[in-house]
Ligand binder design. Structure first.
Ligand code: NAP
Length: 522
């Protein structure tokens, strides 16, 4: 089983002992003691190891391999040797040093099982290779030369320039793990999938930091994220993979929502953030790369800015008609044969949020007068969905030309932004970003233009109660917040992905918790 390894980067022995104890208590299976992080270049390694209750890897990385230890190779090897004599379970040694420096081979060899004549306690050798600026084209060649050395574990860590590097790394891991215990991961934000899916592919271990700010390599998740957000303990060979494609994607709430929902419903799946650079080329390369690796079991993708148009193009003829009219796909469903379906759950989320709040069904929206504020992406989904139901839609947008163009496309009306207070609508939907954090005192509709007969729907979800919604509530209007829409589109994706009803209340709670932490209520 793949071990969960906490990297311990404390600056002194006492702090290292305390951090190791915290890591084991938090769920780590093993700790990597980064001896190169210790302020004292000649620490008492025996005192350190004798007080750690659990499995250990001793690493003393030199600066030219991304660590902090200076150029004194003899002193560095001395620390590893001491760790071996003090019963560290594994010693990590860089492949380059091992290959080039006889002293390293001789001295480390004596304290590892490699040298059958060693009189000392026998530790196991991890041979590691790092590339901090790229992921080389021929990973297989590097793995092959490392497999020639009789180490117990081989490790390759490279920088992911793009997420396709992560896919290549997972292929290499799959290949090597059948021959030798292997650690294969990509550093950087685009590498997160290699760290989480290490367990699905049977890697020897994956690394985690104790907390943010204590990472020993870029892109390392925390123990808490691996265990609670990604539900590390539930990942196995059969786990299906889902995720959100975006750029940026680090702020996305979708992993928290979907992973919590998988857990609640008992679906064997994990949901990841996929950082894919803008443009159809990068989008196609990633999605095609997933499909070409059926053993990864990528079954569905949420798609966010700026990839909704590339997703539409990628799905080709297999796009639901209204998503094609909207010109945006936010969901790709991939079946076992690799066939892809493109859908849009935004318009359905808008319609269902409305009909729920108004206690009616979609048919009742026929001829209903609706005002849409805005003419961007969210407006397109709203206008498409509402005109499809036969509603009488009027678009108000700051840039009049955009309102006119959108209205023409969907057979709606367009009026000047300055006239937005003088509408006869039963429903007003704000799809502009006005009122969004941090400008929470702004509102797209003056307070005196609100009356109790109108339903006010604000698609902005941060803050949860915008100034527009607060004014509308005081005026006695029915109100719908952006979180309702956000959760509904995620719930619709969940059902498309899994064929199961989504735990909507739980998903809403996850979103509210995240939003409350990020920006407290007004
Ligand atoms: P977008 O395509 O960039 O469109 C932004 C719209 O806001 C445009 O119509 C723009 O008018 C208008 N706007 C921006 N600043 C304005 C201002 N100061 N005064 C008047 N109008 C202004 O963005 P989008 O993707 O449609 O997203 C818009 C909002 O919808 C965001 O707040 C987003 O959070 C929300 N949204 C929510 C959900 C959800 O699930 N709840 C989903 C998607 C989007 P111009 O054309 O004149 O620039």
């Amino acid at each position: 089983m793949t071990l969960l390894c906490a990297a311990i980067t404390a600056p002194n022995i006492e702090a290292m002992i305390a951090d190791a104890a915290r890591a084991f208590a938090a769920g780590a299976d093993i700790v990597e003691l980064r001896l190169d992080y210790l302020d004292d270049p000649h620490p008492d390694i025996e005192a350190l190891l004798s007080r750690i209750d659990g499995r250990t890897i001793a690493t003393c990385r030199p600066t030219d391999e991304g660590g902090r230890y200076g150029a004194d190779t003899s002193a560095r090897v001395g620390l590893l040797e001491a760790a071996g004599l003090a019963n560290a379970d594994y010693l990590d040694c860089e492949f380059t040093s091992w290959s080039q420096v006889v002293e390293i081979r001789e001295r480390i060899g004596k304290v590892t099982e490699i040298d059958g004549d060693s009189p000392h306690p026998r530790r196991k050798l991890i041979l590691s290779h790092h590339e901090f600026s790229e992921t080389p084209e021929h990973l297989d060649t590097i793995f092959a030369s490392m497999l020639n050395v009789p180490a117990h574990v081989i490790k390759i860590a490279t920088h992911a320039e793009s997420i396709v590097d992560s896919l290549r790394m997972l292929s290499a891991l799959r290949e090597a793990a059948g021959q030798r215990p292997t650690i294969a991961l990509c550093m950087g934000e685009a590498g997160i999938m290699t760290r989480v899916l290490a367990r699905k592919l049977g890697a020897f271990l994956t690394f985690a930091s104790l907390e943010h700010g204590h990472e020993s390599a870029p892109g390392q998740p925390t123990l808490d994220e691996l265990l609670r957000l990604y539900r590390w303990d539930t990942i196995d060979e059969e786990t299906a993979v889902y995720g959100v494609i975006g750029s940026p994607v680090g702020h996305s709430m979708s992993p928290a929502i979907h992973n919590a929902a998988f857990g609640a419903v008992g679906v064997n799946a994990v949901y990841l953030p996929f950082l894919v650079e803008p443009g159809s080329e990068a989008f196609d390369a990633f999605v095609r790369g997933c499909i070409e690796r059926p053993w990864l079991s990528v079954r569905g993708l949420s798609v966010t800015i700026p990839h909704k148009l590339p997703a539409l193009r990628f799905a080709g003829d297999n796009v639901e008609p209204l998503a094609a009219r909207i010109g945006a796909v936010n969901t790709l469903v991939i079946d076992e044969s690799g066939a892809v379906r493109g859908l849009n759950t935004d318009y359905a989320a808008i319609l269902d949020s409305l009909t729920d709040a108004m206690g009616c069904d979609r048919g009742d929206l026929r001829d209903a007068p609706v005002a849409i504020l805005g003419a961007g992406g969210a407006a397109r989904a709203a206008v498409a969905g509402l005109t499809d139901c036969g509603a009488r839609v009027t678009i108000f947008n700051r840039t009049a030309g955009k309102a006119r163009a959108l209205a023409e496309e969907f057979d709606a009306d367009a009026r000047d932004w300055t006239e937005r207070s003088h509408h006869d609508a039963k429903v007003v939907i704000n799809t502009t970003s006005v009122g969004m954090h941090p400008k929470t005192d702004d509102t797209p509709m003056p307070r005196d233009a609100l009356n109790a007969q109108t339903t006010i729907f604000d698609t902005v979800y941060n803050p949860i109660e915008t100034r527009l919604l607060a004014d509308a509530r005081r005026a006695g209007c029915t109100t719908i917040d952006g979180v309702t829409m956000f959760v509904r589109q995620a719930a619709a994706q969940f059902t498309l992905f899994t064929g199961r009803d989504a735990p909507v209340d739980l998903m809403r709670n996850v979103v509210i918790k995240r939003l409350t932490v990020c920006s407290p209520p007004r």
